[in-house]
Write a protein that binds this ligand. Structure first.
Ligand code: S3P
Length: 441
């Protein structure tokens, strides 16, 4: 295991950077490239552990990915095997820490003619999979979740599927995407209705590969058994990775931070809306489209923030950024209340608990409720020793908090940062900090 030591220093007036490719798009590009016919070329694929796990699991099922270990730079080539062209893996598939990888592949395997078992690390093996197993069973797959409370290992017996219209109890892109991926191999129309809109990358990318996907309100409809054609895919920077530096831009004095070439899909950028409501000075420039997704540059300037109340349908559009919102709220005038975010209890860690613990150690006033957080601001932060609980977003949120704190901060179990953003630590000196990731012991 490793720890990250961050010692804050004076930040420069202007910082410009780029962050690596979007994680959600990277998983989907590898999966759809594999299920397509012909060659898919992926530019800007995220090289991080979560995506390696998906690429390697696909390769174990016969996918032809140029470098499934993702150790080389440059475009990734995927020679499609067709919608039902995967083959039985010789062993159980390890998805590491990646909930997206495991849940999306459940949907893919449901429509293949073999059985496969998927599992992950201790964190992933505690996460609920019944939410995906249930609709796949309704489609005719047989799915066994052998851990307690429907957790992995998960065995999916693929086969002939029938199209369904699933009314999901959750706004979850992973659930919706697993059903749509299974629906590729079901005749007729597969539809999913969600209680609120979750990220829509699967819908957009399926269209780019030639599938017919219609969206009406909260319902997505896919025409089954399409021919997917290999594509050139451009993956922009991950908004969820950019968000760490944008929040630093809002909170550090006298600074302006620009992150270039970032995914601006509105089902992802709820944090920007909420920060603006809090008074943040945020500007978007250079907007354009790449592979059906909006992309642009985001600038965040030092801002005087006010507390805010957040809940309801905006929550799924900022689900991975709530720890960062909580950090911003520690520096805002007045109280911030987050509601309807109970999903955070079943992410890579129980993020309501781990966010509260980390920020309190650094001097903030944060309380977790059953489905949210209450933060009283503003409070000065002080350095301290924080445990990431193996959750990359908690480790990185604590590192950004450390930039504002008086004195150094040590973040334990910081190796998890590599699941989504291996270069994160190398960007911290640009914000004036000394940062060092070291093995324990
Ligand atoms: C993801 C969906 C989200 C998010 C996760 C990535 C995806 O989960 O938290 O980090 O790529 O589909 P939900 O299933 O809660 O939407």
């Amino acid at each position: 295991m490793s720890h990250l030591r961050v010692r804050p220093g004076p930040a420069p007036a202007r910082v410009r950077l780029r962050v690596p490719g979007d994680k959600s798009l990277s998983h989907r590009a590898l999966i759809l490239g594999t299920l397509a016919e012909g060659l898919t070329t992926i530019h800007g694929l995220l090289r991080a552990e979560d995506v390696v796990h998906t690429a390697e699991a696909l390769a174990q099922m016969g996918a032809r990915i140029s470098d499934p270990g993702l150790s080389t730079d440059g475009p990734m080539l995927v020679e499609g095997v067709g919608r039902q062209g995967l083959t039985s893996p010789g062993c159980a598939l390890n998805l590491g820490n990646s909930g997206t990888g495991l849940r999306l592949l459940m949907g893919v395997i449901a429509g293949q003619n073999f059985t496969a078992t998927l599992y992950g690390d201790d964190s992933l093996n505690r996460r609920p999979m019944g939410r995906v197993a249930e609709p796949l069973m309704q489609m005719g797959a047989f799915v066994e979740c052998s851990g307690p409370r429907s957790t992995p290992p998960v065995t999916v017996h693929g086969g002939r599927l029938q199209a369904i219209h699933y009314h999901s109890p959750l706004a979850s892109a992973q659930v919706k995407s697993a059903i749509l991926l299974a629906g590729l191999n079901a005749a007729g129309e597969t539809a999913v209705t969600e209680p609120a809109r979750s990220r829509d990358h699967t819908e957009r990318m399926l269209r780019a590969f030639g599938a017919q996907v219609a969206v009406e309100g909260l319902t997505v409809r896919l025409q089954g058994e399409p021919t997917l054609r290999g594509q050139q895919i451009m993956i922009p920077g991950d908004f969820s990775s950019a968000a760490f530096f944008l929040v630093a831009g809002c909170l550090l004095p006298g600074i302006e931070v620009t992150v270039e070439n970032v995914l601006l899909n509105p089902t992802r950028t709820g944090l920007l809306t909420v920060l603006q409501e809090m008074g943040a000075r945020i500007e978007i420039t250079g907007e354009h489209e790449a592979t059906g997704e909006p992309v642009g540059n985001i600038t965040a300037r030092s801002s005087a923030l006010q507390g805010v109340e957040v809940g309801g349908e905006i929550i799924p559009t900022m689900i991975d950024e709530i720890p960062l919102l909580a950090l911003a709220a520690t520096q805002a005038q007045g109280q911030t209340v987050v509601r309807d975010a109970g999903e955070l209890r079943v992410k890579e860690s129980d993020r309501l608990a781990t966010t509260t613990e980390a920020l309190r150690i650094l001097g903030a006033q944060v309380t977790a409720t059953e489905d949210g957080l209450v933060i009283a601001g503003p409070t000065p932060l002080r350095g301290g020793e924080v445990d990431s609980h193996g959750d990359h977003r908690i480790a990185m949120t604590a590192a950004i908090a450390a930039l504002l704190a008086e004195g150094p901060t040590v973040i334990h179990r910081a190796e998890c940062i590599a699941t989504s953003f291996p270069d994160f630590v190398r960007h911290l000196p640009a914000l004036g900090a000394e940062a060092e990731l070291k093995n324990d012991g």
